[in-house]
Design a protein around this ligand. Sequence first.
Ligand code: SF4
Length: 344
Amino acid sequence: MSLINLLDLLPDELESLAESLGAPRYRGRQLAGWMYHKRVTDVLAMSDLPRPFREALTQRTTVAVPDVERCTPSRDGSRKFVLRYDDGARVQSVLMPDGERLTLCVSTQVGCGFGCAFCYTGTMGLDRNLHAGEIIGQVLAAARTLPSGQRLTHIVYMGMGEPLANYGATVKSLRLLTDPRAFGFSPRRITVSTVGLVGGIEKLAQENLRVNLAISLHATDNAIRDRLMPVNRGFAIEELLAACRRFPLPFRQRMTFEYVLLEDVNDSPAAARELARLLKGIRAKINLIPFNDWPGAPFARPPLARVLAFQNALLERGITATVRWSKGEDIGAACGQLSEAVVA
Ligand code: SF4
């Protein structure tokens, strides 16, 4: 009999599990308190739970936090983790300190099937989806490495995989992160990044999760976006932006558009002007990401002057645009650089 990963269960489901094992429902709440507030994952060490309940739990369940197989520190203070699950699958998570902020970038799939041309992860192909418990297991694994008193402040779904292509697990993991009985993160401190799966964006809009949404746009012209992101052949830019306009943004929240700058591909002044025109009417901010190189990449990073000219063209048109010099570039942990052998 395969064991239930307790990290896969929402707080209500933990209560139902307690009931099914002959314990009162509130034992499920205590269990969540141990795992998420006290960060104890050994059920036998949960001292205020009755021994028979703990023993029943150990026979049927596990708390499967992935092993940190490797942790590589970067010169800029970020750290890349290679995490290994029980079946040998590996993903990467990246911890990025920035002043008071400590952001963890999590993966939602082992590999990725979307094949964006500028992304190293896309060269791996998709091995499998992660379960919700495997996604939040990355948060627990990274949190365990922090010195006492230091806490994660932000979570971004920008690691390996497309979150909305693993919709059910992504949404469940977001509920676990934001539920005060579990992690209790503010949704404003969580960002889900998507290549622009229109159906997924529309479904997410109905979930009332109030997390931030980031769209990987990367081009203003369908022919170029088709080439960079094969997903565009199914959902053209106009259709994607129409879904973004319909997305219910919480008060004062803005949608982020990610735009990787590739020399002589999408970095012209005309592209900047077109980007400003396309985003009219959307409460948007743009993250410009100068391309991060990886072995065999068919693209180059534009010179600094061209990056700044692109940014200025947006600023002049009243669009908030920041240049994101990615963290962890020296350790292959920057945006679009994540890749890892899939199984042992
Ligand atoms: S950018 Fe995201 S969706 Fe595209 S290949 Fe890379 S991981 Fe997949």
